[in-house]
Ligand binder design. Structure first.
Ligand code: SAM
Length: 249
């Protein structure tokens, strides 16, 4: 793990470009850092990645650290409309401090940047897509839609905050895609209630729960816990769904 990331995780604080310090918020936690490192470690080759949502750059530091160990061509696309405004460039400042020079910032929303990447030669070529941006249901579904198109077969999509109801529902739809397979789930954070709910998810599998449980209970338990706090899906085949494909989720 690089020095900057280690320091931020151990202190829970970030040092800004101008030398001021602030408490770290809006970032993946240590369990998710470990999960992301492990997931990236399973990718071979790992040369190209797309990240939605940078903030202070915690996930960016994890991804760039892994890419820094790769020789030859590598590229990390960072998508965040607020990096240069709300975050004042402090996320990418951390990357520069570590000497990472193979990333590109797209300072627009993912709804603009992801189709742009597809139109500009990145379709079916990306090894890793990491989604941690705007967490509404429709926005997350849009990110997922473009992520599946960006990934090569064998590539991995990781979605953070999978325990948030809107994100969990969008992932529920993704989990029905024949070309995508759930490979791992992080159970970090969330406390007792989430752990209890995740035990419930293991005892009563979702397809059974969907039939026997009232909708409100299903929503409360499964959309918050089915995919833990972070979920990883592998693209196992090309997406060949017909035009009218639909699956209950
Ligand atoms: C939870 S933070 C990301 C934290 C980051 N992944 C980390 O681990 O440090 C969410 C980020 O999504 C960004 N965001 C907001 N709207 C977005 C959009 N339309 N497209 C992409 N990113 C967006 C925000 O600016 C913010 O930086």
């Amino acid at each position: 793990m690089n020095r900057t990331l280690k320091k931020i995780l151990s202190t829970g604080r970030v040092v800004n470009k101008d030398g001021t310090e602030r408490i770290l918020t809006s970032a993946i936690g240590p369990d998710e850092v470990a999960f992301l490192e492990r997931t990236i470690g399973s990718l071979n080759p790992f040369r190209t990645s797309v990240e939605v949502g940078c903030a202070y750059g915690i996930s960016s530091l994890v991804i760039c650290e892994a890419l820094s160990k790769v020789s030859g061509d590598r590229k990390h696309h960072i998508v965040d409309p607020c990096q240069l405004t709300d975050y004042k460039g402090n996320g990418i400042h951390h990357l520069k401090e570590e000497g990472f020079n193979f990333f590109e910032l797209h300072a627009t929303g993912s709804e603009i940047a992801l189709p742009w990447l597809i139109a500009n030669g990145s379709e079916k070529s990306v090894d890793l897509v990491f989604i941690d941006g705007w967490h509404t249901f429709d926005h997350t579904l849009l990110d997922i839609f473009y992520a599946v198109r960006l990934l090569r077969v064998g590539g991995i999509l990781v979605v953070d905050d999978a325990g948030q109801p809107a994100v969990g529902r969008a992932i529920g739809y993704l989990s029905q895609y024949p070309c995508m397979q759930l490979v791992d789930v992080s159970h970090g954070g969330g406390g007792f209630i989430r752990r209890l709910a995740s035990i419930c998810c293991k005892i009563i599998p979702f397809p059974v729960a969907r039939v026997v449980m009232p909708a409100a209970m299903l929503d409360a338990i499964y959309s918050r816990s089915r995919f833990g706090s972070m979920a990883a899906f592998k693209k196992i085949a090309e997406d060949t769904r017909p035009w009218n494909w639909y699956c209950k989720f």
